[in-house]
Design a protein around this ligand. Structure first.
Ligand SMILES: Nc1ncnc2c1ncn2[C@@H]1O[C@H](COP(=O)(O)OP(=O)(O)OP(=O)(O)O)[C@@H](O)[C@H]1O
Ligand SMILES: [Mg+2]
Length: 451
């Protein structure tokens, strides 16, 4: 009896410790079984209490009357599929007549409390079918990306969503994106994750980092071109525009449309070209974009106009030539001068980290979703890296990228340095390479003290 009590106390203590220190392990060991049992056993009563049941149909009532059976009970949505996952539970529900996806979405907070889960979200899969994703713990507190990821060319698993699914940055679906956020909100870490995700792919990376290159220059071995001040940035962007024109000429030359060329073989962008002819796609990462748009003198104003015009041209025409823009900044509104809102309109992907005022959030989501604006303002200051990511359909998600340190990013870039393509048009902007041991990576306080 005493041994049994000691074992029980030990198990409870271990569970408590796991839950506190390693919620993901706790979920995988105890949580998933307990939560599955709780949801399956209490499903009907919870749905009834949350107002998600429908009264019996007329024919069921008539049948009960004819056969002299008790009146049938109200029925909850049918469970079509039940799947425990690494972070929670996923249920596919078949709606009953008269129910809609909004009913489930509106009851998600009630479901969360009733099933004692950390979070509940829902989305319509198709007419009559809704997927409810429940998370067992706060998956954004300490982000751990799943080991198995759905990798495709130009699709980077960059962050985790609050429902436990992976958030991808898909350059072919959403060519250009804007990332906003107040200072210290996590923009550069997000961008660093993108670089880490893109490093093993067949892609050329081009960086413009007007913070004198502190964020991107340590990753130089994987970059085909880098600029750390507005003057170089202006020349680099001009070179990219001429590359774009060259790629269009190549596509034109390949089109050679005659009546016997099948529709599917007519090239309209680089992805339609045969692989041996296809130019390497280019991702242009711009950190602190406002630095490119500010000016103090007439000369600087001319340079600014040149930069913004080149960016607008790349945003308007770059996709088919395989040039994708990834722009980061603290604010990106009309106060930065003419051409900015035109550029913003071309940046389909929107991500907002913590912002301090509604106007900044509006710059990201004002034209997409008012709910997302509110969610971006509500991100607490202490949760750096949490962001709202909108998609072109007006939907949005809370996401957080894993905390990749600069050292980890440098290591990944160095490992894939041999994949860095040399683009002839951008040869003048190729960063001078130092050996990895000399690469300027930050030292910890202790390392700095002993150095
Ligand atoms: N996803 C994350 N998870 C955990 N911590 C994070 C995350 N993102 C950022 N941080 C923390 O926030 C700090 C600031 O992040 P970051 O440098 O990306 O901010 P920023 O928005 O680029 O700021 P600035 O505008 O000043 O350049 C990081 O040093 C890190 O400690
Ligand atoms: Mg930054």
């Amino acid at each position: 009896m005493t041994a049994f009590t000691v074992c029980l106390v030990l198990v409870v203590a271990a569970a408590g410790l796991l839950r506190w220190r390693r919620p993901a392990w706790c979920w995988m060991t105890f949580g998933v079984t307990l939560a599955s049992l709780r949801v399956l056993i209490r499903y009907a009563s919870v749905m009834d209490a949350c107002g998600l049941t429908v009264p019996p149909s007329r024919w069921r009532l008539a049948l009960a009357r004819v056969t002299n059976r008790p009146i049938p009970e109200s029925r909850p949505p049918r469970i079509l599929r039940f799947r425990p996952s690494r972070t929670g539970l996923v249920l596919r529900l078949g709606l009953r007549p008269g129910q809609d996806a909004f009913d489930i979405a509106a009851a998600s907070d009630r479901l969360r409390h009733s099933f004692s889960m950390y979070g509940v979200t829902s989305r319509e899969v198709r007419s009559g079918v809704v997927e409810v994703r429940m998370t067992g713990y706060d998956v954004l507190k300490r982000v751990q990306m799943p080991a198995k990821l759905d990798t495709r060319p130009m699709r980077v698993p960059v962050a985790l969503r609050e429902d436990g699914s992976v958030h991808y940055r898909d350059y072919r679906a959403v060519p250009h994106a804007l990332t906003l956020g107040a200072t210290e909100s996590g923009k550069s870490v997000y961008q660093r994750n993108l670089v880490v995700g893109l490093a093993p792919m067949d892609v050329a990376l081009v960086g413009i980092d007007c913070k004198r290159g502190v964020e991107l220059f340590p990753l130089a071995r994987r970059f085909s071109a880098l600029a750390d001040n507005p003057d170089t940035a202006a020349e680099l962007l001009d070179a990219l525009v001429s590359r774009m024109e060259g790629v269009y000429q190549l596509i034109r030359a390949e089109q050679r449309i005659t009546a016997d060329v099948p529709d599917a073989e007519i090239a309209a962008d680089i992805w339609d070209l045969p692989e041996h002819l296809r130019p390497t796609p280019v991702v242009v990462l711009v950190d602190e974009v406002a630095e490119l748009a500010l000016f103090a003198s007439k000369d600087e104003e001319k340079r600014r106009d040149r930069i913004i015009t080149a960016l607008v041209r790349l945003a308007q025409l770059g996709r088919a030539a395989g040039i994708y823009l990834e722009i980061c900044g603290q604010r990106f509104g009309s106060e930065l001068g003419k051409g900015i809102t035109m550029l913003r309109a071309q940046l389909t992907g929107r991500t907002a980290h913590r912002v301090n005022d509604e106007t900044s959030a509006n710059m990201a989501f004002g034209d997409i979703s008012p709910d997302a604006v509110l969610a971006a303002i509500q991100i607490p200051a202490e949760l750096r890296g949490i962001a709202i990511a909108g998609d072109s359909t007006g939907g949005w998600h809370r996401i957080r990228a894993p905390h990749t340190s600069l050292r980890q990013a440098v290591n990944t870039c160095n490992r894939h340095a041999d994949r860095t393509p040399a683009l002839p048009e951008l040869a003048a902007f190729r960063p001078e390479l130092t050996s990895p041991s000399e690469a300027p990576v930050p030292l910890s306080k202790t390392a700095a003290a002993t150095a």
